[in-house]
Design a binder for this molecule. Structure first.
Ligand code: WQD
Length: 341
């Protein structure tokens, strides 16, 4: 009997790649998504890769009745992976209430409905943004949680606390909090990938759109940081590696009865790459130039952050495997696919 997993935000970037890996691991997937930042055609890509079209419910997780109906019509859901959230740092500063309402109400609704529907565990999509500007790198799970630098980051911190408090109150559920570093790339099939709406805020989609001629030039936001080449350093993790970590986390939570009720893992490669190094990696991997210039720093940017993935490697039994140049080639293949449409 296939274990049934609910993936909220499952037509989104990380959600769609995780759905593919869940199906490959033998899970049955139900997706709920309000399509505010994705489109239903992603289901075609998932089906083309795995041969299985996930059950899809168009709906908003901030509506409790919608979720009650979903659980009634899809009995037997054992686990949830919660991706459904607004995630643009800059937008969250402009529209904080939208972020608090969407990201927190979604989580609260899911948590409330888990016990009565027999759902045993929830994997939460968190972020390294909870650490703020680290005192030192690499950063592990014991690093202090710093005051959030954006409402988006604050929703991640508050969400983690909500889960901890709910479990402490005696709720019969478990949770694994996955703190992502910087997810990048696309599925090697080029059938699914990142579909940013409007002007991309994140580096890699802006970079590939520039390489494709959609954007005139990439601006490197500052080269006067205290780093070897002056540009910011991040831990860029391949989206398929990231997706695989979710499957391992779900399996651990549902099958391993003696783990702690709430566990936290940093998901990163353990290697820091600067913006300029990433541009260089893309150009070397694809042979495609990326017109770029140095511009002003972007407000709120952290200078450098990369993971110490030791706990995820040893406890979760997961390790990032993709080579950055393969990731760049996959990102480029996906961009070419999207551009040709
Ligand atoms: C990376 C680096 C920019 C665009 C945020 C969130 C994180 C996660 C990923 C959701 C920075 C530089 C970028 C550009 C540039 N969010 N850059 N020119 O800010 O590290 O992380 O997105 O999942 O939680 O905090 O990612 O890709 O925006 O920026 O120079 O046009 O690229 O300054 O140094 P970030 P990013």
């Amino acid at each position: 009997m296939k274990e049934k997993i609910l993936v909220t935000g499952g037509t989104g970037y990380i959600g769609s790649h995780t759905t593919v890996e869940l199906q490959k691991a033998g899970y049955e997937v139900v997706i709920i998504d309000n399509l505010s930042n994705s489109n239903e055609a992603v289901l075609d890509g998932i089906e083309a890769i795995t041969g299985v079209r996930p059950v899809f419910v168009k709906g908003d997780c901030t509506d409790l009745e919608t979720l009650k109906k979903l659980f009634k019509e899809n009995p037997g859901i054992k686990g949830i992976i919660n991706f459904a959230a607004s995630k643009a740092v800059g937008e969250s500063v402009q529209k904080p209430l939208l972020y608090y309402r969407n990201n927190l109400n979604t989580l609260i609704n899911l948590l409330e409905l888990m016990p009565e529907n027999g759902v045993e565990g929830i994997v939460f999509s968190s972020s390294c943004t909870v650490y703020g500007e680290p005192d030192q790198n690499p950063i592990d799970e014991t690093a202090p949680i710093k005051p959030a630098t954006s409402p988006y980051g604050n929703t991640k911190q508050i969400s983690e606390e909500i889960i901890e408090d709910y479990v402490k109150s005696g709720a019969p559920i478990k949770s694994i909090l996955l703190r992502y570093f910087n997810p990048i790339g696309a599925h090697p099939s080029a059938l699914i990938g990142e579909l940013p709406l409007g002007v991309p805020q994140n580096l890699v989609p802006y970079l590939t759109q520039t390489a494709a001629g959609i954007r005139k030039e990439l601006t490197v936001f500052g080269d006067d940081y205290n780093t070897p080449d002056g540009s910011c350093i991040r831990d860029y993790i391949d989206v398929v590696d990231l997706a695989k970590a979710h499957v391992i986390a779900m399996k651990r939570m549902l099958e391993n009865k003696d783990t702690a009720a709430v566990e936290v893992f940093n998901l990163g490669t353990g290697n820091g790459l600067s913006v300029l190094q990433l541009i260089n990696a893309f150009e070397e991997a694809t042979g495609v130039p990326v017109p770029h210039k140095i511009g002003e720093r972007r407000a709120g940017d952290i200078e450098k952050i990369w993971a110490d993935p030791k706990k995820a490697n040893e406890v979760l039994g997961w390790k990032a495997e993709a080579d950055i140049k393969d990731t760049m080639r996959n990102a480029w293949a996906w961009q070419c696919k999207v551009t040709e449409k």
